[in-house]
Design a protein around this ligand. Sequence first.
Ligand code: 4NP
Length: 158
Amino acid sequence: MKILMVCLGNICRSPLAEGILQHKAERAGLKWRLDSAGTNNGYHVGEAPHQLSQKVAKLNKIDISNLRARSFTAEDFDQFDKIYAMSKDVLSDMKAIAKKKYVAGKVDLLMNELYPGKNMDVPDPWYGSESGYHEVFKMIDSACEKIIEKYGISGNGY
Ligand code: 4NP
């Protein structure tokens, strides 16, 4: 199973989602490959995750300090089985970037795993304070737990 997490900058939300789901998958003995990317990250490409994303991850025993921001590309649809957007603006960016390569069946909003059909966003913590990063961590963590329950139950490492 290859899963891509996508947000705008690839420095706040999606690196957290990548780190959290990778951590849960490894703990469950699943050989999943996780990655993350941004739809609108121009000058952030190559940067490490935001200090506060690194901090909330570390408080939860997850190290995301080695991740580096990259841009989402149409070819990501060839590489990944499942692609999660953190928010609706990211989803429309993904459609615009991928054009003919867009595969609706591979894509969902992350929070729809927890609240199906509600189309809820993981809020962008970029302009806010530290509390926003803790809130985002909890939301992503709960959604990732659902993903493990849903796709990881076979126990065959897929
Ligand atoms: P992210 O947050 O999409 O969760 O990584 C953002 C990071 C940077 C910017 C916007 C959102 N920015 O405008 O630079």
